[in-house]
Design a protein around this ligand. Structure first.
Ligand code: WT7
Length: 558
């Protein structure tokens, strides 16, 4: 298939060679200056209260160089893990690039994470440094004792007016730390770059490790699926604590030299439309939950804003239902183009390309450089029969494929079957080759496009003083697709009342994150278990959905 797009087609565009150095930090910054884009706006940043910041590619080069030099001076070496624990402030985006320029591994952490979420991810990665801001410093201080490898906490907004920092904490002001001369590390295609943690059914979150070569896939899919052109203003609504916010909120767009808009503020339909109008956003990458939230405020509201610049819209993270696409047509006169991929795949795998007929409710077709199929769950053999559900599978390798799960190669190898990478989702393919999502093949909860592991929630619940047994499942939700529902058996002497419910909810919100917080808690005398004592989520799920629970005597000892 000689006319098929190949990942290596990106090499020439990015002025790279097969065996030469490849550094994502450099490609997003210095390279753009070298090719004459230095004065072009790279980042339009709108903070809380509407404060605006603008950064050119020269700014990006010098500020990321400053980050790299600062970390290097303090002993951070290549391959060291450096965490970002920041709201969507400019330092998050530019620090990310600085860490990569240094040749270190960047580990983004969602800024709403609580202590337990931080510990499980940082203990595993052995991060040496964390970059944060004063408002999150308390959470970092709370976990430091339990993280022996963490030797440096960098604070971006420390001033003389604040209480002095403690031992091991250091202030860094990005603006005064500029460095135009930093020479990016000559990392290779296989050099580790980004470490994103993702939740599974069992155990703690797993760190999907990516490498610098991933940029080839992120570049091509940004160019061809998001369709970014030099004159575009692009807005990715995802937070870089999650992979969409790095692959398509930093790497892809900036390797193309595009102008990105970032909004660091809570959700409001009116504020979103206002921002899109003010900054003339032309390409927009968002998620079904956000679309459903916008839908609630109606198509009429959209018409009150001048969104004439908007020309292309894409979606990711959860099934985009047909209603969302139809509403998009009515409200914006455009199609939302769904894309399917994962933290592990690093870049889009199944896409609706511009110009392709969108079938509302379908995820589209494999990106032209991707070979994807649905396969039998047991044998890994491709299912050729149309409209038959199987496991979504992708043929390795591709550049943005994770290279391993950090400290957990056994689980990584377990993701392959009969020469395919198995995504863990089920779908069918219609007669025209379009993929239709039918569900995840595990118990992971997808709430608003964010994956939450039931095991993490259950473990955290057990740390509450009143909880004896716990289970967490995803409960179907009209806006968020799923929300967390917890089942709890209390220890003797504790009352299952409203105060208890609130106390447990808050406990999880603080320990894990607002996403993981159960929206509902059902108290039970005892939870259904196998003979060996394992709690059976399957039964609780069936009960929740009003399905047949089945014969409980057949529960096996798994
Ligand atoms: C899981 C991956 C990489 C994007 C952000 C999420 C679900 C993702 C779709 C879609 C239906 C989707 C899958 C997948 N998912 N995109 N277009 N339609 N489901 O990354 O946190 O690793 O989650 O999100 O279940 O496996 P992630």
């Amino acid at each position: 298939m000689s006319d098929k797009l190949h990942w290596d087609d990106a090499l020439a565009d990015l002025n790279l060679t097969q065996d030469g150095p490849i550094n994502i930090g450099y490609l997003c910054t210095d390279r753009n200056v070298e090719r004459g884009l230095g004065d072009k706006t790279a980042l339009i940043h709108q903070g809380h209260g509407g404060a605006l910041g603008k950064f050119s590619f020269i700014d990006l080069k010098e500020l990321s160089g400053g980050w790299a030099a600062f970390l290097e001076d303090r002993g951070v070496g290549s391959l060291d893990r450096v965490c970002l624990f920041l709201d969507r402030v400019p330092e998050l985006y530019i620090g990310f690039l600085g860490i990569l320029k240094l040749g270190a591994v960047v580990q983004p952490l969602f800024s709403a994470f609580g202590d337990e979420s931080l510990i499980s991810r940082m203990e595993d990665s052995g991060a040496v440094a964390i970059i944060t801001q004063r408002k999150h410093l308390g959470k970092v201080r709370k976990v430091r004792d339990r993280l022996p490898e963490l030797t440096m906490v960098v604070v971006i907004d420390q001033t003389d007016a604040h209480k002095p920092l403690r031992d091991g904490e250091v202030a860094f002001d990005m603006e005064t730390g500029r460095n135009a001369d930093f020479i990016p590390a000559a990392t290779g295609a296989e050099s580790p770059s980004v470490l994103h943690y993702t939740s599974g059914t069992t155990g703690k979150p797993k760190g999907a490790l990516h490498v610098h070569e991933s940029v080839l896939a992120q570049y091509l899919t940004t160019r061809d699926v998001l369709d970014l052109k030099p004159e575009d203003v692009y807005w990715c609504t995802a937070d870089p604590g999650w992979v969409t916010g790095t692959s398509y909120g930093i790497i892809g767009p900036w390797t193309l030299g595009a102008t990105q808009f970032v909004l660091d503020a809570g959700f409001s339909s009116a504020a979103w439309y206002q921002a899109m109008s003010d900054h003339k956003v032309s390409v927009w990458y968002t998620a079904p939950t956000a679309i459903r939230m916008l839908m609630k405020d109606g198509a009429e509201l959209v018409k009150e804003y001048d969104l004439s610049a908007l020309r292309h819209m894409c979606s990711v993270g959860e099934p985009l239902n047909a209603e969302g696409v139809l509403w998009g047509r009515e409200a914006f006169g455009l199609d939302f183009h769904d894309t399917f991929w994962q933290t592990e795949t690093g870049a889009m795998m199944i896409t609706n390309m511009p110009g392709m007929t969108v079938k509302p409710g379908s995820m589209g077709k494999p990106f032209p450089a991707v070979e994807a199929a649905v396969v039998d769950a047991d044998t890994g053999i491709r299912i050729d029969e149309p409209n038959t559900v199987g496991m979504i599978a992708v043929k390795p390798p591709w550049p943005s494929m994770m290279r391993t799960y950090w400290n957990n190669s056994a689980t990584y190898y377990g993701k392959f079957l009969n020469g395919w990478y198995i995504c863990g989702d089920r779908a069918s393919i219609d007669n025209d080759g379009y993929f239709w999502f039918s569900g995840r093949d595990d118990d992971v909860i997808n709430t608003g496009g964010h994956l939450v592991g039931p095991f993490e929630i259950e473990s955290a619940l057990l740390e509450h003083e009143a909880v004896a047994e716990s289970a967490a499942i995803g409960k179907p939700d009209p806006v968020n697709m799923e929300v967390v529902k917890a089942f709890v058996a209390l220890k003797p002497g504790f009352e299952p009342d409203d105060d208890m419910e609130l106390s447990i909810m808050n406990f999880i919100r603080k320990k894990l994150s607002p996403l993981a917080m159960p929206q509902e808690i059902e108290f039970m005398e005892k939870l259904p278990k196998t003979r060996s004592g394992k709690i059976v989520r399957r039964m609780l799920k069936a009960k929740e959905r009003g399905e047949e629970i089945g014969d409980t005597s057949t529960l096996d000892d798994d």
